[in-house]
Design a protein around this ligand. Structure first.
Ligand code: MLT
Length: 201
């Protein structure tokens, strides 16, 4: 997968896996990740699906309606990529924290829904429930942070609330931050994610 790896200055820190929103690329979340942890290594990845010229991590049939077969396939593709990147760049595969926005948050959620605790934690900016008809594997004490907007029409509040419940039932320790805004990322939301990250990693 097309990607960028930026080696951090502190090897004990997690490697931050950066997953962009629709139309983004592997560079999109680099500045945000540097705010969250200036010393961590960063692995920014570009989704392999292209919708009207816009990169995504998996196909959708309509807005908010996901192609589940493709979601499964692309989730596996991402897992294989992370494994290969860990060998190539010599980072600790067991010490990876995912940071995703929108479509990137959805594939990050899908990593957990299909594989269990395959990352050490996750920061999900404006996620949806990736799929509803499967049982989420056990995620004992997995730290997950969700940033959601009360007026987000792309990712309605119910999606964030349902995701919180599904992850919590699976054993994850979920914290949700609510902004009064829509689908956009705000500085307050970033600061909240940063504070949560500092407490956990
Ligand atoms: C998705 O398709 O993953 C969600 O609708 C969010 C997005 O448009 O990126």
């Amino acid at each position: 997968m097309q990607h960028i790896f930026i080696k951090g200055t502190d090897d004990s820190k997690p490697t931050l896996l950066l997953l962009h929103g629709t139309g983004g690329n592997e560079h999109d979340l680099v500045a945000l990740a540097k705010e969250i942890d200036p010393t961590a290594s960063l692995l920014g990845v570009r989704g392999n699906v292209v919708e009207n010229g816009m990169p995504r991590f998996f196909r959708r049939l309509a807005e908010g309606v996901f192609d589940l077969a493709d979601l499964e396939l692309r989730t596996k593709e991402l897992v294989d990529f992370i494994d290969e990147a860990a060998t190539q760049y010599r980072f600790d595969r067991k010490n990876v924290v995912a940071i995703g926005y929108s479509n990137g948050a959805n594939i990050a959620g899908s990593l957990l829904f299909h594989n269990g605790p395959i990352v050490k934690g996750a920061i999900l900016h404006h996620p949806m429930v990736p799929r509803r008809e499967i049982e989420v594997p056990a995620l004992p004490q997995l730290p997950v942070w969700i940033g959601a907007g009360k007026n987000d029409h792309m990712c309605p509040p119910k999606e964030s609330k349902d995701l919180e419940v599904l992850l919590t039932v699976a054993g994850a320790e979920v914290e949700v931050y609510w902004s009064d805004y829509g689908h956009q990322l705000t500085h307050d939301e970033l600061n909240a994610a940063k504070a949560w990250y500092s407490n956990h990693f």
